[in-house]
Design a protein. Structure first.
Length: 618
């Protein structure tokens, strides 16, 4: 019989306290809480490490994949998900040709966006010509008042073609509450179409039709716990509406679909989707459905538009790739990767191809579809799942106590809360508390917009019933938008400002501050000129003026500023804007000498650059 002795049995496992003691030694007196503990925006702290003992109170850890409460996914033997691409239908024949083409390139889920006025049997027949719906998930978005009509047309079309109705999978995106949030209009009367829509699709059991589009909250800058808590309350609102209208709880649960966003917070997003399934299963269970399958949360995940950028747009590929990985590891049902160029143009064929391939890479090369709940058992992920579930549940209960999601939406409280988060995140980006790679951190010094301009939503449906009451609408301004406006304004100036680094003194400090200053100022589109160093301030100022500099940034150590800063300022004599890189102890003396401009890690980068643009006449 083979020797089954376990490895490393000769070593004693260190205790948690021993790990903490070792960390304290390595920190050399630094504060453990400040240096090692991650303080999340979701209201809880994350420790630098976790052990098995940290999970002993977590009940969900003992559940299995495919079993209630589905924290570990809806499937037992694989992690297959649909690779989805959405198509805006302006011409049915052209949309059909595009659909057939991308189906041969790896897509197995199609999303069609149709104007309400165009919904007809002829359009559907042309749109779906040559597409086998038993092999492809089909999803449709149209104006809310036309959803029932579209459902009836689809059922009639599938029956006429003889397709196996019970095997067909897809959805119709009916979600009037999203219109309330995005448009700021009370369209609640349209909710009366929910039950007729379900009845129209009774012969298509695999079709979802009541949608929770919390992706709109994600794209408006909502924090992760907000999207989770609001999505749960949103879904519960629809469960209440449907059951009160006489729809069986089992049927209601099976017809609801969640379209959720994915931010770039990698581990937290994995935890969010796991927590969402856990909590949604518990919510639906309270309606006493006939089977646990009605408690399964069906999720289509969209990579975020909120953190996409116009400048250095290929970085959007890095963001969306990690976001896609989060969703795939979290066992969602389908994924839409937002093309990298969406902030400034209708996505090109190249951008859409890359977006498809981002998912195909995870499937065909990384084999993410073969692993069931790969995150399960990770001490950190299990802890995050539990922690984010608690915060999301608190928000859910608060909404329920306030009268439910619809009531709060009609009061404007949901939009206001998300907009406050958006404002906070923009403020944090301005201060570089939230980094936007390529925008407020490490911008591409030489990049030009080349005519790119920010664009909004290419298709908006406005043919829904409204009343005269105006409500606050979600602010969907991307986090980078204010920096982009600043940089585009600089590009339009008669002359690109030149920022010259007058490096002098301590080698390490002058290099560090020159690098910081170059990144800081290049975010406004200034041309930055770094230097190896100067022996005297006069030599540095002369070199700056010879380079036709508009801004001179002195870069040295705090101690040496007392020696160099004022002489350089006086020698420059107003011939260019003068900036000190840092916040030295002698700042008050420098200000008394007339020096006004300082940039450092605590500066509000956005406000500072706006002020500099104003001084430069931009």
């Amino acid at each position: 019989m083979a020797n089954r002795e376990k490895l490393f049995t000769e070593f004693t496992a260190p205790t948690t306290q021993e790990w903490l003691d070792k960390i304290e030694v390595d920190l050399k007196g630094a504060d453990f809480q400040k240096r090692m503990v991650w303080r999340t925006n979701e209201g809880f702290n994350v420790q630098p490490f976790y052990r098995r003992e940290d999970l002993k109170e977590l009940k969900a850890v003992d559940s299995l994949p495919g079993e209630f409460p589905f924290v570990r996914g809806n499937k037992k033997d694989n992690n297959l998900w649909f690779v989805r691409q959405d198509i805006i239908v302006e011409d049915a024949k052209a949309a059909n040709a595009k659909a057939l083409d991308i189906l041969n390139k790896g897509v197995d889920s199609l999303g069609f966006k149709i104007e309400g006025k165009d919904v007809s049997a002829a359009l559907v027949a042309t749109l779906l010509d040559g597409i086998l719906p038993q092999c492809v998930e089909l999803n449709f978005t149209t104006c809310q008042r036309h959803c029932v009509e579209l459902a009836e047309i689809l059922v009639a079309y599938f029956k006429e073609k003889g397709y196996p109705l019970a095997d067909l999978k897809g959805s119709i995106n009916f979600d009037p509450i999203e219109k309330i949030l995005k448009k700021g209009k009370d369209v609640s009367p349209v909710l009366s179409f929910a039950k007729p829509l379900i009845e129209a699709l009774k012969e298509l059991p695999g079709y979802k039709c009541i949608n929770v589009n919390s992706v709109s909250l994600n794209n408006a800058g909502a924090y992760i716990y907000q999207e989770l808590g609001y999505a749960l309350a949103w879904g519960a609102e629809y469960m209440n509406i449907l059951t009160e209208a006489g729809v069986d709880a089992t049927e209601a649960g099976k017809r609801i679909k969640f379209n959720m966003g994915i931010s770039d917070n990698y581990f937290m997003e994995i935890a969010k989707f796991r927590a969402a399934r856990l909590l949604w299963a518990q919510i639906v269970k309270q309606y006493e459905p006939k089977c646990d399958c009605a408690c399964q949360m069906n999720v289509c995940a969209y990579t975020s538009e909120y953190n996409q950028t116009l400048f250095d747009s290929y970085v959007n590929l890095l963001r969306s790739q990690t976001e896609t990985m989060s969703a795939a590891i979290a066992n969602v049902d389908s994924i839409v990767v937002t093309p990298f160029d969406k902030p400034y143009e209708q996505p090109t064929e190249f951008a859409e191809r890359i977006a498809r391939n981002q998912q195909l890479l995870l499937k065909e090369e990384a084999h993410f579809d073969k692993l069931v709940d790969v995150a399960g058992g990770s001490y950190t992920i299990e802890h995050l799942t539990d922690a984010i579930a608690k915060e999301g549940w608190k928000l859910f209960l608060a909404i329920e106590d306030a009268g439910g999601f619809l009531a709060e939406a009609l009061k404007g409280n949901i939009a206001n809360a998300v907009n406050e988060s958006n404002t906070k995140r923009h403020a944090d980006a301005a201060k570089r508390k939230e980094f936007i790679l390529g925008t407020n951190q490490f911008p591409n010094f030489n990049e030009k917009s080349e005519g790119k301009q920010p664009v909004g939503c290419p298709v908006c449906c406005g043919s829904v019933a409204t009343n005269e009451t105006e409500l606050p609408a979600l602010n969907t301004a991307r986090m980078a938008s204010e920096f982009e406006t600043l940089r585009l304004a600089t590009e339009k100036a008669k002359k690109q400002p030149v920022a010259f680094m007058l490096t002098i003194g301590n080698l390490a400090m002058r290099q560090a501050r020159a690098q910081f200053s170059c990144n800081f100022l290049a975010a406004a589109g200034y041309k930055v000129m770094d230097n190896l160093g100067f022996k005297t301030v006069e030599e540095g100022v002369d070199a700056a003026l010879a380079a036709n500099a508009d801004i001179v940034v002195i870069c040295s150590s705090d101690d040496e500023y007392a020696e160099y800063a004022i002489p350089a300022f006086k020698y420059l004599d107003g011939r260019a804007m003068y900036i000190v890189a840092g916040a030295p102890a002698c700042s008050e003396d420098l200000k008394a000498a007339g020096i006004e401009n300082f940039i450092h890690v605590k500066s509000n980068q956005l406000e500072t650059l706006r002020a500099y643009n104003a001084k430069l006449g931009i």
